[in-house]
Design a protein around this ligand. Structure first.
Ligand code: MGD
Ligand code: MGD
Ligand code: SF4
Ligand code: MO
Length: 858
């Protein structure tokens, strides 16, 4: 601990000097004071993936204030959150890592002292390069690169280039700990990902667990838009989630659904829409695959070419491809070549026979009358059939939208969960309509998502992404390397990963059953690039300090909205610890020492898609020069614009907004169709079955794949493994973000967030309902034990009315234990230690809201 102790004791010279400079002169004495140098710097916040624009005031090299960048109010964020406003406290944090560290105790464990010693950058680079050289000579796949928020700092393109130049397929992002299931549901449905509600025009927002007053990835845009639309557009907000979240507290109505049971409630709503015939039939027929004919095995009937789907043509009363002149039937049972067929829509309608609002009440705990009322309200507010004129264009007007984020997707059946939400939007035609659900990720951008999966076996990647085990894991599988490392053969992996580089991720802490993750980290040589001594660092062999987003240059990622797009940079404002390296220079130096500098430049050009201004071989780049190259190529503008404004924003015109997505790619004859019925899942199931049987794959339980790979969501998707198996555990456990913290370890030392906001913010609670607590004799402030099938953990009870009686909520971001954090950072309960790990078999997404537990006084 010596090195850390010394590090923590370092005085904040720059801060101290600035404070001195700002002290008022003693009374009566006239003291000549130097005029302070005041700079206003536009940049971007990088604490969370909202990427808000910021405007900082820097006095004598010290950041004094961070405000929202007013110029971005119009195109993105109107405000910033407490984390962003106090972001400099993460930079001036005395607990920062300042020197490379080397572990001297080879034994890795939570209670092992790593025996850190400070080493020079030269020694750090030599040690890491030697290890990388040896692995490259043996098998470069044995190197695994992992990143989380790091992806949004220097950006993933550099990480892609690094791993490509090195020759390993193993670059692993955190998305399956985050939102991968929602992405994959989108991809299976319209072959692109990312949605946002068109709140400016919406009249009704049904929000199933998008927590944008506390979390979310477009929160500063969503919360502003919601407030505006409620005020100026009389928009109603209904929040369906088990806990009274910040959004629920501000909504018109909070519907406390039983955790994980939303699919059943949503399917019951779909049944109401279908029974009432309040459907956007033209949308379903023209934009979606609802009219395609499905045989008894669930396969879509194809033309002679074996590819083109057939529909029932009501003009000729025969099965035909949907071409000009054909009028497809939406509903019905037909016979083609003697074989019984139904339209895909009919398959959905038939599947909902028993999905009554009463059944939903029993399963999801929402009164039948509420489900019926919300379904009818959704249909009414959708104004099916209406159009509206904007900028001279006559557009479909469907101002009712159903939206979600991790609430429906951070689950074992996360893909099916969000698919259910998408189907509801399809039924009323709200997709890409005015006031509806906008496909901001572009429609049909990657047609391969509509194909049968490759189902690779044996797997090439240590995380098993896109292998037969998780066929549509298009976004890597964050949690898996630490499993395959322990038993590669069980998964058919032909090598054992030997070295892991973690950049801006505290992965093991952020994943359910975190003990299993740490176990994996004991088996590899670990290099961690971070700004503080995270728990991941605690298991490192070499720790490399990075600069923060207020100290470094980044070509910054941005969040496009329904109406705008932007290009942005981040720029340094201070460097209190005189750090010499950041992630960019660390990677460049390693590449150079490996003799890969020119190959890396070439891969950077490819990864960034640079066309005119490119990285050149034969030379080194500073971090700023790297940003300059990318800025020049992407914007064709002088770098002075980047430095003055921090960003360039543009508004999307009405035609591009509403008519370049679904309207252009899916509408009418001869086009691909939005998949109400995800038939590629059935075809993929049969492929998985064949490969599993041929190779005797014990890790594949076909019965489970059959449930997961259903082309339509069904009630099974509301019964994840712990709900079925953990019968003696009466409570559902859910987890969520809190405003004052970001991720695991990122903001724990921030004194403003921990103390100034109130002691409450420095810890989290085991939140439970008053009735449940009374039965167990538990009061607020009691220490309680939360027990699951994974283990037990203690926490402090917080007894509230705003949660279902059968549900326990424990927020994320707390219960950190690394001795490198300030004592204030190490409070609360790390719920991931006891959550069950059940990856979604489609996307590889990890389950966060499926575990069941017991709670009792400790
Ligand atoms: N129980 C529970 N678990 C969850 C969640 C939940 O809601 N509940 N949320 C999930 C979600 S959505 C996600 S995305 C994952 C995130 O999980 P992680 O991958 O762990 O989070 P990251 O933000 O990627 O990583 C945080 C690490 O990045 C470091 N860092 C911050 N700034 C810098 C920098 O400038 N440079 C470098 N090198 N490092 C930096 C921080 O110190 C910290 O150690 O967690 C998931 N886990
Ligand atoms: N303050 C803060 N903001 C953040 C982050 C952070 O760490 N801190 N992380 C960022 C990242 S990486 C992400 S991905 C986003 C995530 O953003 P969100 O998905 O918006 O936030 P979460 O809190 O993870 O989860 C969403 C909500 O789901 C609810 N929920 C849980 N189980 C269920 C269920 O079964 N049904 C329903 N309907 N709801 C349920 C939870 O109560 C919670 O309110 O946040 C981003 N913003
Ligand atoms: S919402 Fe995220 S990006 Fe925006 S200010 Fe807060 S921490 Fe920074
Ligand atoms: Mo996330």
């Amino acid at each position: 601990m010596g090195a850390l102790g010394a590090a923590a004791g370092v005085s904040l010279d720059a801060v101290a000097q600035a404070v001195k400079a700002a002290k008022p002169a003693a009374k009566g004495k006239a003291v000549a004071r130097a005029v302070p140098e005041v700079k206003h710097i536009k940049s971007g916040c990088a604490i969370c993936p909202n990427f808000c624009g910021i405007d900082a005031t820097v006095v004598n090299g010290v950041i004094r204030t961070i405000y929202p960048d007013a110029a971005r109010a119009d195109v993105y964020n109107h405000g910033i959150c407490p984390k962003g406003a106090s972001g400099m406290f993460n930079t001036y944090d005395p607990y920062r890592l300042k020197k490379p560290l080397k572990r001297t105790n080879p034994k890795k464990g939570r209670n092992e002292d790593p025996g850190w010693v400070e080493i020079s950058w030269e020694e750090a680079f030599t040690t890491v390069t030697d290890k990388l050289k040896a692995i490259k000579a043996d098998n470069p796949s044995k190197l695994v690169w992992q990143h989380g928020q790091g992806k949004y700092l220097i950006q993933e393109q550099y990480c892609t280039a690094f791993t490509k130049a090195y020759g390993t397929p193993n670059m692993v992002h955190r998305t399956t700990a985050c939102e991968a299931a929602r992405h994959v549901a989108d991809e299976l449905t319209w072959a692109s990902a990312n949605i946002l509600p068109d709140l400016k025009h919406s009249k009704l927002l049904l929000n199933f667990g998008a927590n944008y007053h506390e979390g979310e990835q477009a929160s500063r845009w969503l919360d502003w838009q919601t407030v505006q639309s409620r005020e100026h557009n009389a928009m109603k907000v209904v929040v369906v989630e088990p806990r009274l979240s910040g959004v629920a507290a501000k909504a018109d109505e909070w519907v406390p659904v039983r955790p994980g049971k939303d699919p059943v409630m949503l399917l019951a709503m779909a049944k109401v829409l279908i029974d009432d015939n309040t459907l956007d039939e033209p949308f379903l027929v023209e934009f979606t695959n609802s009219p395609q004919l499905v045989d008894e095995a669930g396969i879509i009937l194809k033309d002679k070419d074996g590819k083109t789907p057939l529909v029932w043509d009501t003009v000729t009363n025969s099965a035909k491809p949907y071409v000009v002149g054909v009028k497809p039937a939406l509903k019905g049972h037909y016979t083609v070549d003697g074989k019984p067929m139904r339209t895909a829509f009919q398959v959905l309608a038939d599947s909902l026979k028993d999905m009554t609002p009463e059944y939903a009440e029993e399963v999801a705990g929402v009164p039948a009358a509420t489900t019926v009322r919300l379904a009818k309200l959704f249909a009414k507010e959708a104004r099916i059939g209406e159009t509206i004129e904007i900028d001279g264009l006559k557009l479909r007007y469907r101002p009712a939208v159903l939206y979600s984020f991790r609430g429906l997707s951070a689950k074992e059946y996360g893909v099916q969960g969000w698919r259910t939400g998408l189907i509801l939007n399809m039924l009323v035609g709200s997709i890409d309509a005015v006031g509806g659900l906008m496909l901001v990720g572009g429609a049909y951008a990657r047609p391969q998502y509509f194909d049968v999966s490759v189902c690779e076996y044996p797997p090439k990647r240590s995380d098993l992404a896109q292998s037969v085990f998780y066929p549509y894991s298009n976004h890597h599988i964050a949690q898996n390397t630490n499993l395959t490392v322990q038993d590669p053969k069980a998964w058919g992996l032909a090598y054992t990963p030997e070295m892991q580089i973690f950049y801006g991720t505290n992965r093991a802490m952020s994943i359910p059953n975190s003990g299993q993750q740490f176990e994996g980290m004991t088996k590899t040589f670990n290099v961690v690039i971070d700004i503080v001594m995270s728990e991941t660092c605690w298991f490192a062999d070499i720790v490399l300090p990075d600069k923060t987003y207020l100290e470094s240059w980044h070509f910054a990622p941005t969040r496009g909205t329904t109406d705008t797009g932007h290009t942005a940079i981040r720029q340094p404002m201070t460097n209190p610890y005189n750090l010499t390296h950041d992630a960019f220079t660390i990677m460049a130096e390693l590449m150079k020492r490996l003799g890969l500098r020119d190959k890396y430049a070439e891969e950077c050009n490819k990864a960034w898609g640079l066309k005119e201004t490119k990285f050149q071989p034969g030379r080194d780049y500073t971090t700023r020069e790297g940003v300059e190259v990318i800025w020049a190529d992407k914007t064709k503008k002088d770098f002075s614009v980047a430095m003055e404004q921090g960003f360039i924003g543009k508004k999307i015109d009405t035609k591009s907004k509403y008519q370049s997505g679904a309207e252009d790619k899916f509408k009418g004859p001869g086009k691909a169709k939005i998949k109400l019925y995800a038939d590629q899942l059935i075809d993929t199931y049969y492929k998985v079955e064949a490969i599993a049987k041929k190779n005797n794959l014990s890790k594949i339980d076909l019965a489970q794949y059959k449930i997961a790979y259903s082309p339509l969501p069904n009630k099974d998707h509301a019964f994840p493994t712990p709900h079925r198996e953990a019968k003696d555990f009466p409570f559902y456990v859910i987890t969520h973000k809190r405003m004052f913290r970001n991720q695991s370890g990122n903001t724990v030392n921030n004194a403003i967030l921990n103390q100034a906001i109130g002691a409450d913010a420095a810890t989290n609670y085991v939140q439970m309902n008053v009735t449940a607590a009374a039965k167990l004799g538990i009061k607020s402030g009691d220490t309680v034990t939360l027990e699951t099938r994974v283990g037990k953990i203690n926490g402090t009870a917080q007894v509230v009315q705003g949660i279902r009686p059968d549900t326990i909520a424990v927020s994320y971001h707390y219960g950190q234990w690394s001795k490198g954090y300030s004592p204030d950072g190490r409070k609360g309960t790390a719920i991931n230690e006891v959550l069950e790990h059940h990856a979604d078999l489609i996307s590889g997404h990890n389950s966060f809201n499926d575990t069941k537990c017991k709670v009792y006084k400790a």
